[in-house]
Design a protein around this ligand. Structure first.
Ligand code: HEC
Ligand code: HEC
Ligand code: HEC
Ligand code: HEC
Ligand code: HEC
Ligand code: HEC
Ligand code: HEC
Ligand code: HEC
Ligand code: HEC
Ligand code: HEC
Ligand code: HEC
Ligand code: HEC
Length: 284
């Protein structure tokens, strides 16, 4: 019974279809935008829901002029309306805008780079300027949905368990990840994941360097090593420093300066009081 009903419905519809279309074909009637829904309900629903500018700025019939069988090819070229920008010269628009009725829903393949450059120019400059393993990845390998920013931790483990995804940006830029730089507020803990020895020494030292942060000395750029004079100038008489040119000869290393109970190290000449240094955190 149910079958029969839907069958007869089908026949009715087919008859209506042939009737209608032949009327249009013979030009006895004019097809309007309001008619399309009768036979193309799904397309009309797509446009209504996500048509974007293809709903608000154009109608079905601006794109589809005429109708088969009277008019054979009624599929428009995108270039009919879009021209004048590099982006509109890309081949095969429907590869990404794969439904013209929902033009803002964009599907990106895994290997797209050149096409992105028709709108974004900054990122490729960085990727190519500082060559890294990211340089050879396609843009859409990381940005697989347009506009989506991936977390570094989607693909990489943090250097230590107490490092969160938001921390990566302190030291890395996505498009030049090997050019490591860091801001003045980077905590020592962040360096500790790779420099445990330095971290442990400095944490335990009894000298005033304990209060100086890693990045106050190793400023701005990874692997920069300061000289003691960067901060202390020439703290002792020239004659003494000429004889003992290395500060470390007496003071040992920056991470764990010598502390002398009284006087100085054995055999070393008495040192003149050194110039006062302002802690970097107190400078403007
Ligand atoms: C009475 C039913 C009916 C109405 C009304 C109708 N169509 Fe169609 N349409 C069809 C059928 C059937 C086909 C398939 C024809 C063919 O392949 O020869 C078709 C095919 C199409 C195609 C595909 C053409 C191609 O080359 O693949 C487009 C586009 C189209 N219609 C747009 C419209 C638009 C726009 C409207 C409203 C202005 C509309 N149709 C109104 C029945 C209809
Ligand atoms: C901005 C231009 C544009 C507008 C507006 C537009 N279409 Fe289309 N339409 C296309 C293009 C391009 C194709 C071919 C898609 C393809 O090749 O995959 C198409 C394909 C179709 C088809 C055949 C394929 C299918 O999806 O069934 C139908 C039917 C259709 N359109 C109907 C409509 C109707 C009805 C409207 C209005 C509600 C409409 N179109 C609005 C550009 C448009
Ligand atoms: C009949 C004219 C016409 C055709 C054909 C046409 N478009 Fe459009 N399209 C427009 C207009 C008008 C706008 C709104 C103004 C603009 O962005 O240029 C628009 C906007 C768009 C947008 C932005 C949508 C939004 O909501 O902001 C995309 C994406 C787009 N078109 C892609 C395409 C693609 C892909 C094709 C081919 C499949 C195509 N268009 C064919 C007229 C057309
Ligand atoms: C590699 C994928 C890809 C291809 C191929 C592609 N587009 Fe786009 N298109 C995009 C992306 C991504 C956007 C940005 C969408 C946004 O702004 O959210 C876009 C935006 C647009 C827009 C709206 C913004 C603007 O700048 O006008 C239009 C119109 C458009 N494309 C038309 C086209 C046309 C026409 C073609 C073919 C000549 C084409 N697209 C080919 C990915 C593509
Ligand atoms: C037609 C021009 C166009 C194309 C092609 C295009 N984009 Fe976009 N993209 C835009 C616009 C417009 C925005 C939103 C405005 C903005 O933030 O710059 C955007 C935003 C983005 C954002 C988010 C930016 C943010 O700050 O949140 C990313 C990531 C992005 N695009 C990556 C890509 C990638 C990867 C491709 C290639 C697969 C691509 N885009 C292709 C125009 C385009
Ligand atoms: C979608 C995956 C993906 C995302 C997201 C991603 N990367 Fe990568 N990254 C890779 C791949 C793949 C490599 C190459 C690995 C290899 O060959 O060993 C790589 C390599 C690297 C390298 C080594 C570069 C070199 O030349 O030695 C660094 C550093 C790096 N990524 C940092 C980051 C940072 C920081 C982020 C976030 C801003 C990030 N990555 C986001 C996939 C990703
Ligand atoms: C290894 C993964 C990866 C690759 C490859 C990649 N990006 Fe990104 N991109 C990211 C991440 C992660 C961010 C977020 C950066 C941030 O928040 O500082 C980003 C941010 C962006 C932004 C937002 C603005 C900005 O510059 O921060 C745009 C636009 C963008 N990428 C486009 C591109 C384009 C175009 C390409 C190819 C030339 C590309 N990306 C290649 C991971 C990647
Ligand atoms: C305190 C700075 C700092 C932070 C924060 C940081 N990194 Fe790194 N990262 C580095 C340094 C420095 C290197 C380079 C080591 C070298 O030269 O071999 C590096 C190297 C890498 C590499 C290359 C492979 C490796 O392990 O040596 C990847 C991948 C990476 N970082 C991902 C991340 C991710 C993901 C995050 C966030 C969870 C992150 N980094 C946070 C400083 C940092
Ligand atoms: C992902 C691991 C990693 C992180 C995080 C990291 N480094 Fe390094 N660092 C290295 C590697 C690898 C080297 C090279 C060691 C070598 O050449 O023997 C290095 C070398 C150094 C050097 C020595 C340069 C030289 O000439 O001997 C300094 C100074 C340094 N890092 C400081 C820091 C500081 C400060 C931080 C935190 C802001 C930090 N690093 C974070 C891995 C890292
Ligand atoms: C980034 C700047 C900076 C660098 C580089 C630096 N220091 Fe210091 N140093 C300081 C600050 C700040 C203090 C603490 C001053 C205070 O609190 O009076 C300090 C204190 C000292 C003191 C006194 C320690 C104490 O506990 O009383 C000695 C000795 C010293 N530094 C030697 C050195 C030597 C040797 C080097 C090189 C190996 C060096 N410093 C590199 C900033 C620096
Ligand atoms: C007061 C300045 C200062 C502070 C604070 C400081 N360093 Fe250094 N660091 C130096 C100097 C100067 C050297 C060169 C060796 C020397 O003379 O002591 C050095 C050397 C290094 C080296 C090269 C290899 C080694 O271990 O000698 C690494 C790695 C390093 N520091 C990492 C760090 C890390 C990580 C921190 C924080 C936990 C840190 N430093 C804190 C000044 C400092
Ligand atoms: C020959 C041994 C010797 C050499 C070489 C030497 N110092 Fe000293 N320095 C001393 C002695 C001893 C003191 C006084 C220690 C004390 O009071 O605890 C001192 C004190 C200091 C102080 C002040 C500590 C405070 O409490 O105010 C600083 C800063 C300092 N030296 C930096 C340097 C720097 C930088 C160099 C290299 C340019 C250097 N010294 C070279 C032996 C030396």
């Amino acid at each position: 019974m149910k079958n029969l009903l839907s069958k007869s419905k089908g026949i009715l519809l087919a008859a209506l279809l042939v009737g209608l279309l032949s009327t249009f074909a013979f030009g006895a009637d004019t097809l309007t935008n309001a008619d399309c829904v009768k036979c193309h309900a799904a397309v009309v629903a797509d446009v209504a829901a996500k048509g974007g500018a293809h709903k608000t700025s154009v109608t079905c019939q601006d794109c589809h002029v005429g109708h088969p069988p009277a008019v054979k090819n009624i599929i428009p070229a995108c270039s009919k309306c879009h021209s004048g920008k590099p982006h509109y010269k890309l081949p095969d628009c429907l590869r990404c805008h794969n439904n013209p009725h929902t033009p803002k829903i964009i599907k990106l393949g895994n290997n797209i780079t050149e096409e992105c450059l028709s709108c974004h120019t900054q990122q490729i400059v960085k990727l190519r300027q500082v060559k890294s393993k990211h340089t050879s990845l396609a843009c859409s390998f990381c940005h697989n949905v347009h506009g989506k920013i991936p977390l570094c931790t989607q693909c990489h483990k943090p250097h230590s368990a107490d490092m969160a995804a938001a921390d990566c940006k302190r030291c890395h830029q996505a498009h030049m990840p090997t050019a490591v730089t860091y801001a003045a507020d980077t905590p020592n803990k962040m360096c500790a994941s790779c420099h445990k020895k330095a971290f442990d020494l400095l944490s335990k030292t009894t000298s005033k360097h304990k209060a100086v942060t890693c990045v106050a000395c190793h400023k701005d750029k990874h692997k920069f090593v300061p000289t003691c004079q960067n901060c202390h100038g020439t703290p002792h008489p020239a004659g003494m420093l000429a004889k003992f040119p290395k500060c470390g000869d007496c003071h040992s290393i920056a991470h764990d300066l010598n502390r002398w109970e009284s006087g100085g190290p054995k055999g070393a000449p008495a040192a003149a009081p050194a110039k006062k240094v302002t802690h970097p955190s107190k400078k403007k």
